[in-house]
Design a protein. Sequence first.
Length: 364
Amino acid sequence: MIKKIGLFIFGIAFAYSFFANDRTYKYEVIAEDLSHPWGVAVIDKDNILFTELSGQLRLIENGVLKPEPIKGVPEVLFAGQGGLSGIILDPSFEENRKIYLAFSSPDSGQKTNTLEVISAKLSSNSLDEVTTLFKASPSRRTAAHYGARMAFLDDGTLLITSGDGFNYREQAQYLDNHFGKIIRINTDGTIPSDNPFVSNNDALPEIWSYGHRNLQGIVVVDGVVYENEHGPMGGDELNIAQASKNYGWPAITYGKDYSGATISPFTKKDGMEQPIKYWVPSIAPSGMTFYEGKMFPEWRGSLFISALVPGDVRRIEVDKDKVKKEEILFNDVGRIRDIVSSPDGSLILATDGPNGKLIRVVNK
C-alpha cells in the first residue's frame, strides 16, 4: 500500500457560505487536504468510507476523519489516472462488513498493469479476508481509462465498469478482451450462468455489455442501469446499459480525437445503441447517484452526475429512456470527481486533486 504524505485536517466539520441568496442549499466541508479523493461509500450520515487515488482507504468515523488510513489495502499503481478508485458496500454490509474496491494493479516485475477488483471485510482499522474477484485481461501499458466504478443489480450480482485503456480503443468492439466493457460477476468472483456471452467460445464470459470508452458513473434504478462515460473531445454519454448490447465506441461517436482528427464519420450504425444524452463540448462526467432523499424534495427522482470540466454537477430528470431536463448545480467548488447520496437526504461531493475535499450539501 502506498502511504499518504501530507497534512490532514480533521475534527468538527465547518460550513462555508458559498451560496447565493436564492439557493436552497449550503456547503459543509467534512474533510479536506485529501490526496485525490475518488470514490465515496456512505455507511450512514456520520460514517463514510472513501478512496484516495494515491492508495489510501480512509474512514470518517462519527463525523471525524481518522488520521491513519485503513490497513490491508493491496498495492496499487498510482500513475496517470491509475490508483485506488472505486468503492462500494455489500448490500448486506451491516451484517457482513464486506466492501469492494477497484484499482489499477501493477503486474509483478513487468511494465504492465490492469484493473483489479477485490472484496474484503472491514474490521476496526484494517481489511481482512482480502480476495481478488476480477482482473481485466489483457494487461495494458497505459495508466488511463480504467473505468473502475461498480453497482449491484437487483439479483445481487456485481457490475464493474472497465475502460478502454486509452490506447486500446479498437478492442472495445471485440469480445475476447475486457477493454471498454461492463463486467458482471457474482460476489465470490464466479460468473453468472445467465451472462449474455457465456456460451460464446470467442467471448470472455464476464462481459455483460461492450463498445464503451471510459465509464465512470453507474447506478441501478428500479432495475434500469444508467451509466455515463467520457467521450474523446466531445461526445460524453449517458446511456441505459443492457445485457449483450453494443454501445458503439469507437465505431460511432459524437466526439473527435484530441488532435482534432475524425475518429469515426458515423454517429449511428445498425446494431449499436444510442445514448439518451450526449455532451459536446465535453463535461468529463465522473460519479453518479440517484436521489431519493427528503431534504430536497424538488430533486427527488433525479440522476446527479459529477463533472470535472468545468467543475459542476448535472441534475438530470429522466422519464424512462428520455432526458426531460438538465440543471447545472454546485459549480463553485472545483472539479467534482464523485457524488453520492446520504441517508439523511444530503449529498456528498468529492473534489478532485492533490488537495481535495469531501463536501456535504445540505439545505439552508
